[in-house]
Every structure is written in structure tokens, then in C-alpha cells.
Design a protein around this ligand. Structure first.
Ligand SMILES: [Zn+2]
Length: 104
């Protein structure tokens, strides 16, 4: 999992310690073998690479990352992917919920 976005080391370490599961679908990162879908990937909750703090950086699985892409969080939560996986504002990690609250 190379740190391609210049995320500060202390942020990276804090996020790795906090996000032991996908912040969106909740799949565990504590297993030892990953597929492209289940591997942890770096996620900017707000799609702005300049926001590099622990509040915007999170780990989500490859599957959620691929689905979310550049979509705005609130819009993505209405997508078929989230509907199918049962991902809602109530099920996401608190770091994600904080962003939803801020945007309203
Ligand atoms: Zn996920």
C-alpha cells in the first residue's frame, strides 16, 4: 500500500491505527490475505488531495474505493452500490459521518 498522495507520516500512522476496517462497508482489514476488492486503499473522504489531515484521510476497501471514485460522498451513498451493500449514513464509520454533518 504505497503512500502515493504524500500523506504525512503521522497521519498515515493514526489512520492505520484507527481504520482497522473499511470506513464505508466495514470489511475487516485484520485479515492476512486480500483480493483487489478487499485490500485497504487510501481514501480522501472529500476528494481534495490538499486536505491531508486525519479527518479527511481514511482507509476503505478496494471495492468501495472503485465505486466511490470521484463522487461526492452524499451522492455516492445514494448509489446502487451502497443500496446493494446496505451502506448508509448510519452504517459508515464516525469519521465519515462527521463529514456528512458538516456538509449540511
Ligand atoms: Zn468497503
Amino acid at each position: 500500500m504505497p503512500n502515493r498522495w504524500g500523506i504525512p507520516k503521522h497521519v498515515e500512522e493514526a489512520v492505520r491505527a484507527r481504520d482497522t476496517q473499511c470506513v464505508y462497508c466495514g470489511i475487516s482489514f485484520l485479515q492476512t490475505e486480500f483480493s483487489n476488492k478487499t485490500r485497504p486503499t487510501w481514501e480522501h473522504i472529500v476528494n481534495d488531495i490538499r486536505i491531508n489531515g486525519v479527518d479527511n484521510i481514511a482507509l476503505c476497501c478496494g471495492s468501495c474505493n472503485a465505486s466511490k471514485g470521484n463522487k461526492i460522498l452524499a451522492e455516492w451513498l445514494k448509489s446502487n452500490y451502497c443500496l446493494k451493500k446496505g451502506i448508509t449514513l448510519k452504517t459508515v464509520a464516525s469519521v465519515v459521518k462527521a463529514h456528512i454533518r458538516e456538509s449540511h
